[in-house]
Design a protein around this ligand. Structure first.
Ligand code: OGA
Ligand code: MN
Length: 296
């Protein structure tokens, strides 16, 4: 970047480019430096976020403060949970959450390890789940650790109409026992009975407050429960619905490079991560945009 553009960040918006992935969701935003861009550029970016649900911006060099400042444009941020050792991931920056397998002096610097993270949406076990999460790649293993996203609009649209009818008024409990890496959340007594496990109850079919489109709101499979049904019936219906999630035609897979930022709409997408070799290092810094309303 030359001095001219650095001095006049307002000259950027005309060059911002939106390149759809061609999949059911996702677009790459090109020609933007997320450290310097103005309200007009942000308006285009937000429009693309609502149209494509997941945005990829490559080639960034963001400090934690830059990542926080960019994320704040979408809304207030959640604080990352306090670790078991009583510390924040990044001292003094409670908004930063680290996703990493790296250990320093035997202690993990972040969450999720090197295993698979199964399909999920973030923190849907809360009454007011986050609007979005942003993940920024600092170190990437030579292979594995790809992240896939799927469109829950596309999944809902694909359901046969009798199935849509059957689920129209159902409510689903989103389990708060396990995270997507299979680890028990802090302060929770593990249980594998979906009827009694802790969690939030949301409508199974929700309408996105910005796009007005309907989507299937599943959260995650483990310990999910369709309220009021016999357990076996709930399990069978959930299994049927999940067969749609697993279809590659509703998904887009991202292969990371250092400097990539991906922000996803947590309301209408789910994501999963491939495992990778635990001897390799993967370090991602992450922010989460606070929810403002219950899914409905
Ligand atoms: C997350 C998450 C997957 C990844 O940050 O919420 O699920 O690719 N991360 O690290
Ligand atoms: Mn996640």
């Amino acid at each position: 970047m030359n001095v001219e553009t650095r001095m006049h960040p307002a000259s950027q918006p005309s060059s911002l480019e939106i390149v759809p992935t061609g999949a059911q969701l996702g677009a790459e935003i090109r020609n933007v430096d997320l450290r310097h861009f103005d309200d007009r550029a942000f308006t285009s970016l937000l429009g693309a976020f609502h149209d494509y649900s997941v945005l990829l911006v490559r080639g960034q060099s963001l400090t934690d403060q830059d990542l926080i400042a960019f994320s704040r444009r979408f809304g207030d941020l959640d604080f990352a949970p306090i670790q078991e050792n009583g510390r924040r991931f990044v001292e003094g920056l409670p908004e930063i959450y680290i996703v990493s397998n790296v250990k320093v002096n035997g202690e993990a610097i972040g969450s999720l390890g090197a295993g698979e993270a199964v399909w999920h949406t973030d923190m849907s076990y809360l009454d007011t789940p986050p609007i979005a999460s942003a993940l920024y790649a600092l170190e990437i293993p030579p292979a594995g650790g790809n992240t896939s996203f799927c469109s829950m609009y596309a999944v809902y649209d694909a359901l046969p109409s009798d199935l849509k009818h059957r689920i129209a008024d159902l409510k689903i409990k989103h389990d708060g026992t396990y995270n997507s890496g299979g680890f028990v959340r802090q302060g929770v007594t593990p249980t594998d009975d979906p009827r009694t496990s802790p969690g939030a109850v949301h409508p199974l079919v929700c309408t996105h407050p910005e796009s007005g489109r309907q989507m299937l709101y599943l959260g995650r499979r483990r310990n999910a429960y369709l309220m009021g049904l016999e357990l076996a019936e709930s399990e069978a219906l959930l299994d049927t619905l999940w067969t749609y999630v697993a279809r590659p035609e509703f998904a887009w897979e991202h292969v990371w490079k250092v400097g990539d930022l991906v922000i996803w709409d947590n309301r209408c997408t789910m994501h999963r991560r491939d495992p990778f070799d635990d001897h390799a290092r993967r370090i991602m810094h992450r922010t989460q945009i606070k929810g403002t309303q219950r899914p409905q």
